[in-house]
Design a protein around this ligand. Structure first.
Ligand SMILES: N[C@@H](CCC(=O)N[C@@H](CS)C(=O)NCC(=O)O)C(=O)O
Length: 64
């Protein structure tokens, strides 16, 4: 499952959400506000910026 971090009003976050909706990708949304972010969030986004995403499952299938 994809997890998207970032407050909804951010235009950068909105762009990502539009693409995910267009592609019918399901995701979990954590509306992080990029002010005084936690150390945990800085591990994901060293500059403390949004949007940031991560996947909980790292699988890759290659078909030939
Ligand atoms: N180049 C980035 C820019 C992202 C960006 O600047 N996001 C703003 C919020 S709209 C932010 O995180 N600002 C917090 C900061 O600069 O510390 C992108 O295109 O995603």
């Amino acid at each position: 499952m994809l997890k998207l971090y970032g407050a909804g009003p951010s235009p950068f976050v909105r762009k990502v959400r539009v693409v995910l909706a267009e592609k019918n990708v399901s995701y979990e949304h954590d509306p992080v506000i990029p002010i005084g972010v936690s150390d945990e969030f800085r591990k994901l986004s060293p500059l403390g910026k949004i949007p940031r995403s991560r996947t909980t499952a790292a699988r890759c299938a290659i078909r030939r």
